[in-house]
Design a binder for this molecule. Structure first.
Ligand code: ME8
Length: 502
């Protein structure tokens, strides 16, 4: 596992021109799992999320509604804050790019990039996607000059404005990728970004002359900053004013992990490190590019309706079930289908049966056969073998944000514990006085196993595991090894963790 210094993790900041949806919840939950896990390891964590409020996409949406961009932002940002809270995110700050603290710091940093000689006035003509707020290069274009992401026709735009000398960082970026193979994960995304760099970098717009909704360029206040540099800088500016009277920049920059999806790879993996270099700031350690949740192609479901609406799922099943489902169903890094049917299957077979039943059975048996007191015994060797090294394995996977792989490791142990129940059959051991030691060992091992997996699952399902750890009389939300807690502790049965579906 990586050294245990500070850990700074971010999500993209979401555009306020629409309502929060499952995709936004997904990135937020993923980053939250990492933040919570790192806190378990005793690292000092800063977790940032927020909203991207400037630029064309927001200005256009406001215009369509006949309100000002600021009004639109003020109306929609709280919906994102609510979503973030609802999914149980433990973010340390919620940045809005209209925060005066952000605006002021963006201007300072851009001025530095200018003073360092990486800005010039020029003109540019190219294919522009308004929804991406992005000039596409020839290789990025889909057939017929359409946007590869939105599939819409692009506009031929010509503008006179300020440029960022991205081309000056060609060699530095290639070197960065070579020296830090972990900079972008998964590998196929790294290769994609590197291929983009290797094809030859062209300078990019730093400002937009026609737009008024944005941060004024400090040396030319007739123009506003191109929204992407304004937005990317949130990762640095937030540290300057998130905690009143304190500047966290030295403690937390560079970030350990940016979490984002493939749609914004180029901005993060190419523009962002170059811009930081131009400002004389260190580049982030890693970024993880996850895939898209796909919702099409699923049929009506009686119980959940025909979309996987995060609010609806959370109303009925709580945030933990949604968190678990999203982290488990889609292999992190890949695109993946999600559906109400898929949710119900995982809920019943894994949450209610594999885990919920395991917890109920173990606690009920300790209650019935040992008056609720965990017996004193040594852990069974077969479980010791299964649990051996799991903290390192999960930790190493989460160091590289391999979230679904980490969850797979943990779930293998949940299933191993269920098999252990069937193998040792405590209810039969309880019939024979002479099997007392074997029963003690079985119940001790099961309680320990349940305690250890529940701690490991805590970042994924904070509320449910809090409850279960309380029932297990385990005060720590950290991580521990199987057998590290002696018997003699009183535990409590309770209601099912994941009640069966009607
Ligand atoms: O791009 N599946 O904001 P945005 C998974 N403001 N994740 C998804 C998703 C899906 N179907 N749809 C969206 C922006 N996301 C900029 C970012 S950062 C400095 C500025 C998630 O509101 C995913 O994280 O369009 C994706 O990268 C992000 O939302 C895009 O959010």
């Amino acid at each position: 596992m990586a050294d245990e210094g500070n850990y700074y993790v971010t999500t993209p900041i979401y555009y306020v021109n629409g309502a929060p949806h499952l995709g936004h919840a997904y990135s937020t939950i993923a980053a939250d799992v990492l933040a919570r896990h790192m806190r378990q390891r005793g690292r000092d964590v800063f977790f940032l999320t927020g909203t991207d409020e400037h630029g064309e996409p927001v200005a256009a949406a406001a215009e369509a509604e006949g309100i000002t961009p600021q009004e639109l932002a003020d109306r929609n940002a709280p919906a994102f804050q609510k979503m973030v809270d609802r999914v149980g995110a433990s973010n340390d700050f919620f940045i809005r790019t209209t925060d005066p603290g952000h605006i002021e710091r963006v201007q300072q940093i851009v001025q530095r990039v200018h003073d360092n000689g990486y800005v010039y006035e020029g003109s540019y003509e190219g294919w522009y996607c308004e929804r991406c707020a992005d000039f596409k290069t020839e290789v990025e274009l889909d057939e017929g000059e359409t946007c590869p992401i939105h599939k819409t026709e692009l506009v031929r735009e010509k503008e006179e404005n300020w440029f960022f000398r991205l081309s000056a960082f060609q060699e530095d970026l290639e070197k960065l990728y070579e020296e830090h193979p972990d900079f972008v994960a998964p590998d196929f995304r790294r290769n994609e970004a590197l291929a983009f760099i290797k094809q030859g970098l062209r300078d990019v717009s730093l400002s937009r002359p026609k737009l008024t909704w944005g941060i004024p360029v400090p040396w030319d206040t007739e123009q506003v900053m191109y929204v992407w540099f304004d937005a990317l800088l949130n990762y640095v500016t937030a540290l300057g004013y998130a905690r009143e009277g304190e500047d966290l920049t030295d403690a937390f920059w560079p970030a350990q992990m940016h979490v984002l999806a493939k749609d914004i790879l180029k901005f993060h993996a190419v523009y962002w490190p170059a811009f930081l270099m131009a400002a004389g700031l260190p580049v982030p350690e890693r970024m993880y590019i996850h895939g898209y949740l796909l919702l099409e192609g699923h049929k009506m479901s009686k119980s959940l309706g025909n979309t996987l609406d995060p609010d609806e799922v959370m109303d009925r099943f709580g945030a933990d079930a949604l968190r678990y489902y999203l982290m488990r169903e889609v292999s992190f890094g890949q695109d993946g289908q999600v559906s109400p049917e898929g949710f119900e299957t995982r809920y019943e077979t894994e949450l209610a049966n594999d885990y919920g039943n395991l917890a109920s059975r173990v606690l009920a048996m300790v209650d019935r056969y040992r008056d609720g007191v965990v017996p004193e015994a040594e852990p069974a060797p077969e479980l010791v073998a299964a649990f051996d090294g799991v903290l390192d394995r999960v930790g190493t996977l989460l160091d590289s944000a391999e979230i679904s792989k980490a969850l797979d490791e943990i779930w293998d142990l949940v299933r191993r514990l269920n098999r252990f129940v069937e193998e040792t059959k405590p209810w039969e051991l309880a019939k024979e006085e002479s099997s007392g030691d074997s029963l003690d060992r079985s119940l001790y091992s099961l309680t320990e196993g349940l305690r250890v997996v529940t701690q490991l699952l805590h970042p994924f399902m904070p509320t449910t595991t809090d409850r279960l750890l309380d029932q297990l009389a385990e005060p720590s939300r950290g991580l521990s090894e199987l057998g590290s807690r002696p018997g003699g502790v009183s535990v409590r049965s309770g209601d099912p963790l994941f009640p069966k579906l009607d």
